[in-house]
Design a protein around this ligand. Structure first.
Ligand code: FES
Length: 168
């Protein structure tokens, strides 16, 4: 598999920051996941070569952590907490319905325009402000169906304006 030159340059840059051994594997993968929203085969191959870490190990790390993805995802990855404090909150099911209705996708899917991926996650430590979700690195709490619609509208506006995205 050929690794595009821009990807090689990006990996070399990350390696120059984080080091050239296996301890750099996580931060290098995080950097790539952040800029591409996922870890492609080519990216993982390049990391394997640069760090001298077997491809299977790179793939194993990439698939172990839920905040990494080996499938293309949207510009904004929405992670709605599904653990008990959030799931038992009275606004949780209306929030789920609003997300699915507004985005037109189910959990695990990406919108056709590539802007949003909708996912669920285990507790993100915001139980006292349930229901909670992350959109990339941004925290949103005490969700209601109304606030969810407003939040999605704001990210749609940012996407249309081409604003820089925080980590996926
Ligand atoms: S249960 Fe949802 S943040 Fe903890």
């Amino acid at each position: 598999m050929d690794v595009p030159s821009h990807l090689q340059s990006e990996v070399k840059q990350l390696v120059s920051v984080h080091g050239r051994d296996r301890t750099a594997l996580l931060p290098v993968l995080r950097g790539l996941n952040k800029s591409h929203s996922y870890l492609s085969e080519a990216a993982m191959l390049c990391v394997s070569k640069e760090l001298g870490v077997p491809r299977a190990e790179v793939y194993g790390v990439a698939t172990f952590y839920s905040f990494f993805s080996v499938e293309p995802r949207g510009k904004y990855v929405i992670r709605l907490c599904r653990t008990i404090s959030c799931a038992m909150n009275g606004t949780y099911h209306p929030v789920v319905a609003a997300l699915i209705e507004e985005l037109g996708v189910a959990f695990g899917e990406t919108t056709a325009d590539g802007v949003f991926t909708l996912e669920q996650t285990a507790c993100i430590g915001l139980c006292d402000q349930a229901p909670a979700m992350l959109v990339n690195d941004d925290v949103h709490v005490k969700l209601t169906k109304e606030s969810v619609r407003a939040i999605l509208g704001e990210y749609r506006r940012k996407a249309a304006a081409g604003e820089k995205v925080k980590s996926a």
